[in-house]
Ligand binder design. Structure first.
Ligand code: GLV
Ligand code: GLV
Length: 327
């Protein structure tokens, strides 16, 4: 029987599948991230590890896992928590769970856009504090959404999903930046590929959907924040370090843009100083894919990736093939 470890509780349906397909496994019994020491100890001698985006998997952890380890199956679409090259060099496959969370994550990005544009959190707070004294023509004025321009930074699966929903549902005009052109998106929504400066200057809403790599560190920074409209709303549901959070705090403090919505943070779970004191931002604790259905489906894929590898097949969602091939 293979020796498998799961670093934290994930939805039961996925754990049931794991047991059905591969038998008994060990799981972290506590609903918390393992410490570094625990992680190094617990991966020892495993054939497969199901890990989370909150587990840092580097050469040291891979060495601790040892020679029999064939796969670290990451329960996430993002994989910036894993050193892909170090894994490849050791012949360890790294997999992710793309596709099944596109709708949920796109819906969260849209939720943040709407909630900020219509100041839903401030409205709720006002009601709870019993500060609503009657209808007012100037009370909590927000921004229009329908027919406005949406800038998508990174038109991959999730960015494309957001763009289609907003173009078809709310008549938004779509601009996007991406390394490659997205023909489907252009055909279905009339989207236009532009440079970052044009996107920032012309968009009413800007939603970030890139993977986090060294190249996308602080992709949204002081300079491109300064290009944005005073009425613009910025949303990030990708990875925190893509946005320079200190520069964002400054821009929001000075009201150089209208507002922002963040589901991810640079030093997660910490926030940069000043962020939580701002009224013109909505903050969420990295819950983009957090629906019961989506989290179960991610688990089923993470398990299937392990089943495939342990039965000698190439898993469908292998992300470090180039480094495995380079050995
Ligand atoms: C969530 O952030 C994921 O990468 O799945
Ligand atoms: C992210 O995974 C994307 O495809 O946009």
């Amino acid at each position: 029987m293979p020796n498998i470890y799961v670093t934290r509780k994930i939805p039961q349906g996925a754990l049931d599948l794991l047991k059905e397909k591969l038998g008994e496994f060990e799981i972290n019994p506590d609903d918390r991230v393992l410490t570094r020491e625990e992680l190094l100890e617990k991966v020892k001698g495993r054939d497969a590890v199901l890990c989370l985006l909150t587990d840092k998997i580097d050469g040291e952890v891979l060495d601790a896992a040892g020679k029999n380890c064939k796969i670290f199956s990451n329960y996430a679409v993002g994989f910036n928590n894993i050193d892909l090259k170090a894994a490849g060099e050791r012949g360890v496959m790294i997999t992710n769970t793309p596709g099944v969370l596109d709708d949920a994550t796109a819906d969260m990005a849209i939720t943040l856009m709407f909630a900020m544009a219509r100041r839903v959190v401030e409205s709720d707070t006002m009601m709870r504090q019993e500060k609503f004294t009657g209808w007012g023509p100037m009370l909590l004025l927000g921004q229009d959404i329908t027919g406005k321009t949406l800038g998508i930074v990174g038109a991959g699966r999730i960015g494309e999903n957001v763009a289609k929903k907003m173009a078809h549902g709310f008549g938004m005009k779509i601009l996007y930046t991406d390394l490659k052109g997205n023909e489907t998106l252009e055909k279905e929504t009339g989207a236009k590929k532009v440079d970052m400066e044009t996107l920032c200057r012309e968009s009413d809403f800007i939603s970030v959907h890139v993977n986090y790599y060294p190249e996308t560190h602080h992709l949204i920074n002081e300079k491109n924040l300064s290009w944005m409209k005073k009425t613009a709303i910025l949303v990030n549901t990708s990875r925190g370090p893509v946005v320079d959070e200190v520069a964002l705090v400054e821009a929001l403090k000075a009201e150089r843009i209208f507002g922002a919505g963040l589901d991810v943070f640079e030093d997660e779970p910490k926030m940069k100083p000043g962020l939580k004191d701002l009224h013109n931002i909505i903050l969420a604790p990295h819950v983009g894919s957090a629906t019961t259905g989506t989290r179960t489906n991610m688990g089923l894929i993470a398990v299937q990736n392990i089943v495939d590898v342990l039965s000698g097949k190439e898993p469908q969602y292998l992300v470090n093939k180039e480094f495995l091939n380079a050995r």
